[in-house]
Every structure is written in C-alpha cells, then in structure tokens.
Design a protein around this ligand. Structure first.
Ligand code: MOS
Length: 739
C-alpha cells in the first residue's frame, strides 16, 4: 500500500455540504402534504392513564388525528419482545402499547396537524387523568436492593483472580473509596427526528436520526409488520448522537404509525426537553479497596459497582473490565450490581462504562499513590499491565508507556511538586493531575460494494453512519489510498438501508470495521482492473503479477519501470463499457482472537482553583493517545478534543438532577444542564504516539471515538486534589464541594 492518502489531514469531504446547508438532517427532508406530529409526555412517573380527552384538540381545524393507547391500531407490536441492536436484556419500552406509565415523560400521545405550531398548540389541549402509583427513583435509597442481572448487556464482571481479601488485609498501603458518578444526558445539537414519507401502497421512506439505519428498519419491521421492501430508512447526516441514536427512539415509531394510519407523510421532532425523556448515562456508585506493597506494587484490587437501570431492562456497561486491562495485579475481584428504578432505561453514552469505571479507578489509584508517597505516573509504570488479565490474552500492541513519556514531557510533569497545595499563582492554587485510560478496539462484520465506472470514478457504499465523526472522509481516504486514486475520484455512500449491511456506528469500531471492508473490496477491484490492464497492454504487463505493479494516481505501472503505465480508464475499456462491480463481507481474522486490543491514553491536566471562591479553571490538558494507525490526523484530533471538552464537562459541570418527589429529571434543558462553553476551554494538546499493530485489523487502526474522554475527568479530579488537598469523590466538582 502506498501512503498517498492515509495519514494525511484531509479536509472533510462533506464539509462544504455541511457549512452551506446542503447536508440534510432527518427533520429537513420535505414531502408534499407533509403533516407534523407533536408528542405529549406523561406528567407522572408511575401509574395508569385513566382517561385522555382529545376532543378539544380534535375540534381544531387542521388537527388530523390524536394517537393514544386507546385508538392505536391492533396490529402493532406483534412481536412485543423484539430487541433492537443495542437493547439490553429485558422487555423494551413500547410506545402507546397500553395505559401503564413506567417513567416520567413517557410518550402518551401524538397530535398530528397540518403545521408544527398547530400540533404543538393542540397538544396543550389534551386533558389527561392519571391514577398515580408509588415509585422509586432514589438511587442511594435503593442501593441495598441492588441485584446481579441474569444476563449482562456488557462484558460480565471478569472472574476473580488470586485472593484479594487476604492480599488487601496484608497489604502495606491501602485505600478504601466510594466514588459517585451522576446521571448524565446526551445533548447532541440535532434533536431526535423522523420524517416518514408516504410513498403510497403501504410503502415508506423514512429519514431518521439513528446511528445505524438497519436498526431502525428492523425495528419498524417488528413494530408494524413491515417488510423490508416496504420501508427504506435513510440517514445521510447526523448532528451528533454520542450513543443517543443507537436505539430507535419513540419519535420514529410515532411518525411511522401516523404515516401508515393517515396515509400521508409525517414528521416528528422532539424538543430539547423531550431529549431528556429517553436514555442517559446511568448513575453509579463504586466502592474500591486497593492495596500495595511497600515498593508500590499493587497487591489487591476490589471493585464493587452499583449502577442504575430501569424496571423493564437490565442495562449494564463495561465498568469492571478496567482493572484487568490497566493494572498488573494478581488479586482482583469485581462485581457489578444493578439498582432498578422507575426511570427510562439508561443508554450507552460516549465510552459507556469506561467513563464511569476508569474515573473511579483512576481517582482511587491516585489516592493510593499519595498514600505510598509515590509519583502517580511512577506508580502506573510500576504496575504496568503486561497483558489483559481479565481475558488472559496478550495485547496486540500497547504504546501506553510512550503516551506517558510524550505526554509528561509536553506537559512538564517533572517540574511538579508532589505536595498538595504547594503550587500557587496569586490567589489561585495550582494543581497538576494525571490519569490513564483504555478503550477496546473491536472489529465487526461489514458488507460493502464498490463500483468503478468506465470514466475511472469509484463509488463505495455500505449502510454505516457518519455521526459527525468523519466516516465519509476517512472511508474516502482509505478507498483512494488502496486504489491509488485522487480523493476527488472517490465517492463514499452511507446511511441507507438499500446499501450493504453495516453495524451501528458506535463502540469506536467504525474505522476498523468499515475501513477494513472498504480496503478489501478495493483490493478486489484492483485485481479485476489489473486483469483488464494486462489485456490492454499485454506487452508490458503480460508476465507481471499484482506484486510487480503499483496503483497510483489512477494508473497502473510496473514497479521497476514506472514509465510503463496504463490508465484505469484505458484498462476499463477492455470491459465492454461496463463498470467493475465487487461486493464482499469482512469479519475479524482468526488470529485476532488470541489477542486483546485496546487504544490507550494518558492525560495530564492543570487546574487553577480560586482559593476563596472555589471556582476551578482547567487551564491545560495534554492527552497522549495510542490508537494504532491514524487515518486522518485532523478528524482524529477533533475526536480527541471533543472527548477532552466532554471530560471537562463531566468533571466540573454535568449532572442530571432527579427530583425524587416527582420522579423526574428536573434540569431538562441546556440552561440548567450545564456543558462547557468556549470560555471553559483553554490550552488543549493532542498527541498521537506511533503505534504499529498488524494484528488488530488489516489497517492497523484502533478507533478514536471513545478513548478521548475516559482519562480526562479523573485527571481533573486528581489535579483538584493536588491543588487543594481536598478529595472530592462525587462528580461534578462544583464549587460548593470545595468550600
Ligand atoms: Mo457510542 S456510546 O458507542 O455511540
């Protein structure tokens, strides 16, 4: 493979469409005679709907229908227990299925009208009578009732190793902690939306906000008994999702229900407030007990996780795998219990489980390092994991030491005075903290199709998504590099169920999974093209094999004599005016099974804390990332910067507040749910360390979607301790916790 495209900071191929507004999102597709739906949500957290009076709404001119559990058609939800691609074990919530209320803000009706404004107004005229029932939303009060689920959605807690209790008892230095992480909500810029376009005769084209169109298509198939031929789902652009778009949401169901019943195109868009009515990062409480020998060697790690879930699904995420991945230790025991509450099921949110688990672990390890009197970085080097002990497998590659080295150097870590409250600048206490992190590099099965037309242009497509991460761009680069073509001659298509199958875009697996498929299908196109080139110029290429030639700039030439070349277009003439079409499916190679693959990070942070006011400013963040081969340093850096910003938000600002009297998240808007703004972000440095990995996948990439966030918040917590001498064990660190 030459290196014409991979590794170059190419601009986004869809950048122009995005900034000029040509890129269309789910709520921006129009259809003749489009109707608008507005969702009505439950005012209570648990109980029953006694009655819904829709007469005042229906009396308005232009209101077309009000859908509720009372008039919903009987044919829906034939398969009630259908689980989508990201469902936890359990029984998924089914909108309008019955009069039972399972959580606050549950959708209970859809008002459909000629205009959005009318639908919204009419929605206010509904009169709903409830019969309320007792509910529990208080996480802390229910921790005692926590249970182990029969089945974990995530990796089940790894088996215990050694004798952690004894090792802890006998350890020279020990720390016992309890770290809390609040519920958080995804806040993508684009609200969830679906436009269901009625094509006649029971056929629909649905524009949906989703991280994988097939998940929506399959869901609609089960909910409405629709054949795949009758429902095409399209999602060319997604305005951020972070996991909120992994599962089909209720606006999709409601838009399609209305379209099928009214035989008319219908759009449903959620409001920002309604974005807080489904799915969130679960609240967790984690207990750690860690012990080390006098030389700083870890002797024991115990981790007990308590995490929120709903009554109807057992949501879990990878909170307990990190001790085995990031620390070498012979005595380890972890547990993961769920606290069932009357809330909507939690939902994967950027680095699900890593964000919570690595946070609590890394703050605890910082506490232990202080107890030993050891530099936190030295402590991590001393206990460097040589293999993934949970899986008992070696790493396919791991350049974490290089992350430490380059990150520490860039940050100036060696100038740190280890004593808390020892560094100062005017009225500000200065704190330096660090943490490391990991995220699994996975590869999923992907099908892909490539078409090279006689004009020498290549189109590659699969049903994957681009949730803003840069899928369009990096896939175009991978195809162009593999083929030896300029970027302009390559088009990559995604987000359409008429394309070959792809998994959800999530878990940081898109570049490795889709990228590997793109590379392989292009390799196949090259083979066919080479055969045609031989026919076109038998004298030059007659005896040559693929190894003897290079593909570059739209031409095939002999490696040892580049003056002899055949243009792709010339070779294609041998194909009788037909394009070259190749389609295939890729999956992980067998050899990958023997290894554990993770991206790694080391983050160094400086905070300045106003001693009198308790305000915290994160003045510097340096994150060094080992993420395998970097396809596009520009989009890659953006991914990591996003993770850093979010880490700052998680550490200092974000929290969804549950009112246990109402059973409702109260700060359901961006004026009360705080996220960082530009003024909160200062120096941010991203370093990609070189990491070669021939095992993880054919491209040697690891994925960067989630590794950017995991070590940021704990590094900030640790820096705040260094600045103030105060250990805050509950996020976010608001100023009241420091005073
Ligand atoms: Mo991500 S939480 O896997 O979309």
């Amino acid at each position: 493979m030459n290196t014409d495209q991979i590794g170059k900071p190419a601009n986004r191929v869809d950048g122009y469409a995005k900034v000029t507004g040509q890129a269309k999102y789910a709520a921006e597709f129009n259809a003749p005679d489009l109707a608008y739906g507005f969702v009505v949500n439950s005012a209570i957290a648990k109980g029953k709907i006694k009655s819904i009076d829709t007469s005042k709404a229906l009396a308005l001119d232009g209101v077309l229908e009000v859908f509720t559990h009372e008039n919903r058609p009987g044919y829906i939800w034939g398969d009630k227990n259908y689980q989508d691609e990201d469902s936890p074990p359990g029984s998924p919530f089914r909108p309008l299925y019955q009069n039972e209320i399972q959580f606050s803000m549950q959708p209970i009706a859809l008002v459909v009208a000629d205009s959005f404004e009318l639908a919204r107004y009419a929605a206010m005229l509904l009169e709903v009578e409830y019969e309320t029932a007792a509910f529990e939303t208080d996480f802390e009060a229910n921790i005692e009732k926590a249970y182990e689920p029969e089945e974990y959605k995530s990796t089940p807690p790894p088996d215990p190793r050694g004798n952690p209790e004894k090792a802890f008892r006998e350890a020279e230095f020990k720390v016992e902690t309890e770290y809390a992480h609040p519920s958080e909500h995804h806040n993508p810029m684009e609200m969830h939306a679906s436009t269901a376009v009625w094509e006649g005769e029971g056929k629909l084209t649905v524009y949906d906000k989703i991280q994988g169109v097939e998940n929506s298509q399959n869901y609609l198939g089960k909910a409405f008994g629709l054949n795949k031929e009758n429902v095409r789902v399209i999602s060319p652009f997604v305005g951020g999702a972070f996991g909120s778009g992994l599962r089909p949401q209720y606006q999709l169901f409601l838009a399609v229900l209305a379209a099928l019943e009214l035989k008319r195109s219908v759009r449903v868009v959620l409001t920002r407030q309604q974005m807080f009515s489904f799915g969130h990062r679960p609240k967790t409480m984690q207990r750690f007990a860690v012990g080390a020998a006098s030389d700083g060697k870890l002797e024991a790690i115990q981790q007990d996780v308590f995490a929120e879930t709903s009554r109807f699904e057992d949501y879990s995420e990878d909170v307990t795998i990190w001790p085995g991945v990031l620390y070498q230790c012979d005595n380890v025991q972890v547990s993961h219990k769920l606290v069932g509450l009357d809330v909507y099921t939690p939902l994967d949110m950027r680095a699900p489980g890593g964000t919570t688990g690595i946070y609590a672990m890394e703050c605890t390890m910082d506490e232990l390092a202080y107890k030993i009197g050891m530099d936190p970085l030295e402590f991590r080097l001393k206990n460097y994991a040589e293999e993934d002990q949970s899986k008992g497998k070696p790493f396919s590659s791991k350049e974490l030491k290089e992350c430490y080295r380059q990150g520490a150097e860039k940050f100036g870590w060696e100038k740190r005075n280890p004593a808390p409250r020892s560094m100062r600048e005017g009225r500000n206490l200065i704190g330096w903290g660090m943490a490391h992190g990991a995220w699994e590099a996975q590869q999923k099965e992907v099908s892909v199709k490539a078409v090279l037309t006689p004009d020498g242009k290549l189109t590659v497509g699969t049903a994957t998504a681009d949730i803003g991460t840069g899928t369009y761009t990096v896939m175009t680069q991978i195809a162009a590099e593999t083929m030896g073509m300029p970027l302009e001659d390559v088009t990559f298509n995604l987000g359409d169920t008429s394309l070959p199958k792809s998994p959800l875009e999530g878990g940081s697996w898109t570049v490795s999974s889709v990228g590997s498929a793109v590379k392989e299908v292009c390799d196949k196109v090259k083979q066919t093209l080479f055969e045609l080139a031989k026919q076109a110029d038998n004298q030059t290429f007659g005896n040559a094999t693929l190894e003897d030639v290079t593909f570059s700039n739209g031409r095939i030439s002999l490696k040892n004599d580049t003056t002899k070349a055949v243009a792709f277009t010339t070779a294609l003439k041998q194909n009788g005016g037909k394009p070259i079409v190749e389609e295939l499916t890729t999956k992980p190679a067998d050899k990958q099974e023997k290894y554990a693959s993770y991206a790694h990070s080391a983050t160094f942070v400086e905070v300045k804390v106003d001693e009198d006011l308790g305000t915290i400013k994160v003045t510097r963040v340096v994150s060094a990332i080992a993420g395998g081969r970097i396809v596009n340093p520009k989009t890659a850096r953006s991914q990591i910067l996003g993770g850093m910003v979010w880490g700052i938000g998680a550490a200092l600002q974000e929290k969804t507040v549950m009112d246990n009297n109402l059973g409702r998240f109260m700060n359901h808007d961006l004026d009360k749910y705080h996220v960082p703004v530009n003024a909160d972000i200062h120096e941010s440095e991203v370093i990609f360390v070189e990491e070669k990995d021939d095992i993880v996948n054919p491209l040697g990439v690891k994925g960067l979607g989630e590794i950017g966030i995991v070590s940021v918040a704990p590094a900030i917590v640790n820096a705040v301790f260094h600045a103030t001498g105060k250990r805050v064990r509950e996020l976010p660190i608001t100023l009241d916790k420091l005073l």
